[in-house]
Design a protein around this ligand. Sequence first.
Ligand SMILES: [Zn+2]
Length: 311
Amino acid sequence: MRERWVVSAASVVALVASGALAAQEPDFSKVEIKSSQLAPNLYLLTGAGGNIAAATGAEGVLLVDDQFAPLADKIRAALKSAGAEQPVRFIVNTHYHFDHTDGNLPWQQAGAVVIAQENLRTRLASGGVIGNGGAIAHEVKPVAAGALPILTYEQEITVHLNGEDARIHHYAHAHTDGDSVVFFPRAAAVHMGDIYVRYGFPFIDTNGGGSVQGMLAACEDVIKSVPEDTKVIPGHGEVASISDLREYAKMLADTSALVAKAVKAGKTLKQMQDEKLLGAWSARYSPAKAFVDTDAFTQSLYNSYVKAAAR
Ligand SMILES: [Zn+2]
């Protein structure tokens, strides 16, 4: 367990050093888990790594994502102070990136069952290089056997707990090839994982089977599947509205249409970057020291189209 924590912390340091995957505070002793209530039985927990949703009640707790292993005790304490005394029984991993799944091992050792799309389990087991096929690359090792999801599904699975029907749906080739979006119809909320983020241009793990086409399709499907007052939990950043998600989806549609057209016209990636093809979106989506700057995003879109053509 200890060794694993060391590995995790080292990964985070490497990540921050390479400016990758939404830089997070690597000193877990200083991380504070904050909770906010989104609905009578639904909480948002933030600390380091991806946003956690906690669906609570007398039958136990379901978490969506689990951040980092060293934070498991703090997450448990935060749940307790929010009034959720019951054990965590189920955890959904929205995708394989370690800032969303590193807590799997301690939680499963404590008796929880991790649920994930089957491609996610394969990627956690194999390790590999998370990246956009260019400027962003981060190597990850295979995880411990006990950290692999116990329960996998292919297209959709529902957890019926505390009177809520948490519907876990797979969207193909989106942020990765193993993404789950979790719908909470009673609480009127949806957790999008990193298909939707609010730190600027999104990271698309084209190495891990992601593509902008899949990301856009997922956003559009969520928008048409839920009521307009649904709270949208992004993988990173503040809780959003459906209209925020619509604006983001439009950005994905407009930027990827430009890149698709340029690819068709035979332009190279470098030409697109030099011509600042996506310059009109830089001010809004590529803040200073952006994890995914305009050039990296252009590269992600370019690789999405090149890989899709080969698929
Ligand atoms: Zn991610």
